[in-house]
Design a protein around this ligand. Structure first.
Ligand SMILES: Cc1ncc(C[n+]2csc(CCOP(=O)(O)OP(=O)(O)O)c2C)c(N)n1
Ligand SMILES: [Mg+2]
Length: 337
């Protein structure tokens, strides 16, 4: 292949990759915007921890891991679920608590999972999923199946013993695991500097037998490439990797509203981050690649149609029968107390 053809091929591949990122980012953003619109109707009967602002992390990391890559998340996992599955039918059926969801409405927004797509589970107890992810990584290592587990958690999870014990075990046992710390500098309303007796988590984790990478960006492609580097490091060094990524949470800790009047953070800070909003940034990138505005809009309309349709189906679907309550859950049938 001539040099020029080779360059064109690379550019084409990059364009396809970035288009793929945009489709996922837009799907996640519009799905959450619909939740904001419809939540006040009180038909989605569950707390909502929105991903808005952090979409680039879920899309970049999950794309690098691929469908087979196993991931675990927290109660803030809408973006991970949709990045992994792009399945808005199941997503909306689940958050409307309906039987048409493959989870039958028993998990809700905080405990989303899709094992067929490698999204293995999520927990609302801060940091509690990290040791579960380590256990899965240990099983993969024992089976020698080449799989890499990734676990997403917030900066608040780093305040928990569970995190440090897991990091220690993963470093000691050389587990094939990618720790993804999504740092929005807040645990509910408490800023990081009021909770942590050190300045840099990265410098402490570096003392473990664990690779460390960090990035502060809203560019999905940069996060994707960092994750590819992390996966390569896990494979070549046979050690875990800690990927530290900063982002800004757009909405209140739980709920669908902005909370800049709550007094713990400023609108100016939001505006600074919003200038480099991950979805807008990616859209501009597509235009720079020469993709026409009309083409992008067509794509967006198609995705919006899919979301609207999923919502209509979810609204019309029946609730799960009471007889389902104890199916698919750990339950001691004969326990009498
Ligand atoms: C073990 C435990 N302690 C306290 C809580 C209450 N709680 C829910 S979310 C949260 C903050 C977690 O912050 P972070 O891990 O940074 O995640 P973020 O919400 O910022 O995504 C706390 C303290 C909990 N769910 N679990
Ligand atoms: Mg946080």
């Amino acid at each position: 292949m001539k040099n020029q053809d080779f360059l064109i091929k690379i550019l084409d591949n990059n364009k396809i990759l970035n288009l793929e990122f945009y489709k996922k980012l837009f799907l996640i953003r519009r799905s959450e915007e619909k939740i904001i619109e419809l939540y006040p109707e009180n038909e989605m009967r569950m707390p909502m921890h929105m991903s808005m602002g952090g979409e680039a992390i879920a899309v970049g990391v999950c794309h690098a891991l691929g469908i087979k890559g196993q991931v675990f998340g927290s109660y803030r996992s809408h973006a991970i679920y949709l990045a992994k599955t792009q399945d808005t039918n199941n997503f909306f059926a689940e958050i409307y608590g309906k039987t048409t969801s493959s989870l039958k409405g028993k998990c809700g927004s905080m405990h989303l999972c899709a094992p067929d797509f490698g999204f293995m589970g999520a927990s609302a107890i801060v940091a509690s999923i990290i040791p579960v992810a380590c256990g899965t990584a240990f099983a993969n290592k024992r089976k020698n199946n080449g799989k890499i587990v990734s676990v997403f958690f917030g900066d608040g999870a780093v305040d928990e013993g569970n995190f440090w014990e897991s990091l220690n075990v993963a470093s000691l046992m050389k587990l094939p695991i990618l720790f993804v710390c999504e740092d929005n500098a807040l645990a509910v309303h408490t800023p990081r500097h009021q909770r942590q007796g050190y300045d840099s988590i990265v410098s402490i984790v570096s003392k473990f037998n664990c690779n460390v990478l960090e990035e502060s960006t809203t560019d999905t492609e940069v996060i994707y490439r960092k994750t590819c580097q992390a996966i390569e490091l896990i494979r070549t060094t046979q050690m875990p990797c800690f990927l530290y990524l900063r982002y800004y949470r757009y909405l209140e800790h739980v709920g669908t509203k902005e909370d800049f009047d709550a007094g713990y953070r400023s609108k100016e800070e939001f505006e600074k981050w919003h200038k480099k909003d991950p979805v807008n940034l990616q859209r501009k990138k597509l235009l720079r690649f020469g993709i026409e505005e009309e083409q992008i809009r067509k794509l967006e309309v198609e995705i919006e149609g899919r979301i609207e349709n999923s919502i209509r189906l979810a609204q019309k679907a029946p609730f799960t029968e009471i007889s389902e309550l104890h199916r698919d859950v750990f339950y001691e049938e004969n326990k009498k107390d």
